[in-house]
Design a protein around this ligand. Structure first.
Ligand code: GAP
Length: 438
């Protein structure tokens, strides 16, 4: 992990938040390459849900909602709380199930008995500090979907079964944030809520389980690094009738990246009760009124990012090119899927002290910039520059060489095979588009 964390910082993927002030609460900022990559992940998820799948519409709800939403959802009560113990000497807090015995793992002091600690982040809305102004930053994006259930159903003329997809920030006052961006207090979720008749809940739960595993695999995550864990009743979220976790084999162990939940009628029946609005649907055939069941797929954009990054990271001792001279150098290759990689194309003049080569390379860069996420790099030897691009997962390196000046062409180097082919500059956009497509 330390190598991945340092690569992320050095190459502009992820920086510690408020670093010049010593960091803040294990928060992180996504740098220029990080934001491209995270956007690509979110776009791949959004396209999968709203384009590839049937009958799913989107939503972007507010982060701040009425505090009544959180009373109804059960998040203000014990259901959304972790048990924690506190050290009587250094006052550090730990999750009760993560420490063994009664001794502080940090200083050896005595630990208190476990007590419940709610994870909701409180905030004040408006200029007056009074109880009525208290609300919470949302702890899961899906509540915005449930409270809009009727609006969406009517405005989009939908019929059960249908789904609503949303991507956005969520906040939890985690007691033990850690493992880099794996567990943070501010994070992004990609959630889809599938509303169906209770009798079809099991069928759709199984359907979505398969679809979600396929999504990670289609974007390059190795089969052997993914697994499904059935979550026992005692461990499930307070709203879940059935729950599985999709886990990824991180360098720090198998950990959840996405949860799939059968939430039953927990949310719609509670919001009906607390709001006084009847959120039941009418079944034309049986003439019954019923609360649809909700099958939820809830993925973390940050955790997916980390899983894609870890899976793509490779170290090649001695380097990638076969040479007669043995070298001690370890080369890094970030073998990200072409949809996820932040930079698709980098343009390089073979050498930088030849005016005509630099001029032509810059012209090619200007030509490609509106079409692809693109970089220009002229610093260092060509070999070193290829390695720099491999390290950030750039799909194609385009080299303008002396031949290019005569033939009006250049070489395209494939990141994974390192093979090069010559392509005419006039055909470049079409050729690259074709190569970068599915
Ligand atoms: N709406 C259901 C829900 O929120 P969850 O299992 O609590 O379920 C779903 O969270 C996903 O959100 C997790 O699988 C994870 O990817 C992400 N997530 C949850 N807490 C997180 C945290 N503290 N830091 C980063 N990601 C988190």
């Amino acid at each position: 992990m330390s190598k991945i964390i340092s690569l992320c910082k050095r190459r502009g993927f992820i920086f510690p938040s408020s670093e010049i002030y010593g960091g803040f609460g294990s928060g992180y900022d996504f740098g220029s390459l990080g934001v491209e990559m995270k956007n690509n992940i979110k776009k791949a998820w959004w396209d999968e849900m709203t384009k590839k799948q049937e009958n799913i519409v989107g939503l972007d709800a507010a982060i701040l909602m009425s505090p009544k939403v959180w009373q109804a959802s059960g998040h203000l009560t014990a259901g959304f709380a972790d048990e924690l113990v506190e050290c009587k000497s250094c006052h550090k807090r730990f999750k009760a199930d993560e420490v063994k015995g009664k001794i502080c793992p940090e200083c050896g002091g005595e630990l208190t008995k476990p007590r419940k600690f709610n994870l909701m982040m409180k905030t004040l809305v408006g200029p007056v500090e009074e109880e009525a102004a208290t609300t919470y930053l949302r702890a899961e994006t899906c509540q915005g979907i449930y409270v809009n259930f009727e609006n969406i159903l009517n405005s989009m003329r939908l019929k059960i079964p249908f789904g609503v997809a949303q991507i956005g920030k969520s906040f939890r006052n985690e007691i033990t944030p850690g493992d880099f961006i794996y567990r943070t207090r501010e994070f992004e979720q990609m959630e889809m809520q599938w509303f169906c008749h209770p009798k079809q809940a099991k069928k759709y739960f199984d359907f979505w389980k398969k679809e979600r595993i396929k999504w990670y695999q289609n974007l390059g995550i190795k089969k052997e690094n993914l697994r499904i864990r059935e979550v026992a009743a005692t461990e499930r979220a307070h709203y879940a009738k059935q729950q599985i976790d999709i886990e990824y084999k991180f360098p720090f162990g198998w950990k959840e990246i996405e949860g799939i939940h059968n939430r039953g009628d927990w949310d719609l029946s509670n919001h009906s009760k607390y709001s006084g609005k009847d959120l039941r649907c009418f079944n034309e055939e049986t003439k019954e009124k019923y609360f649809p069941y909700i099958i939820e797929t809830s993925a973390g954009a940050d955790r997916s990012f980390l899983a894609f990054f870890c899976d793509a990271y490779q170290e090649i001792p001695g380097g990638r090119t076969k040479t007669t001279k043995p070298t001690k150098e370890v080369e890094v290759l970030l073998k990200l899927d072409k949809k996820i990689a932040p930079i698709k194309v980098t343009v390089l003049p073979l050498v930088r002290n030849k005016f005509e080569l630099v001029k032509k390379a810059k012209e090619v860069y200007q030509l490609l910039k509106p079409h692809f996420v693109c970089q220009y790099d002229e610093l260092g030897s060509i070999g070193r520059r290829y390695r720099r691009q491999d390290e950030i997962g750039t799909i194609f390196c385009l080299t303008v060489d002396f031949e290019s000046l005569k033939q009006d062409d250049l070489t395209i180097r494939n990141r994974d095979t390192m093979q090069q082919e010559r392509v005419k500059i006039k055909d470049l956009i079409e050729v690259l588009k074709e190569k970068l497509e599915d």
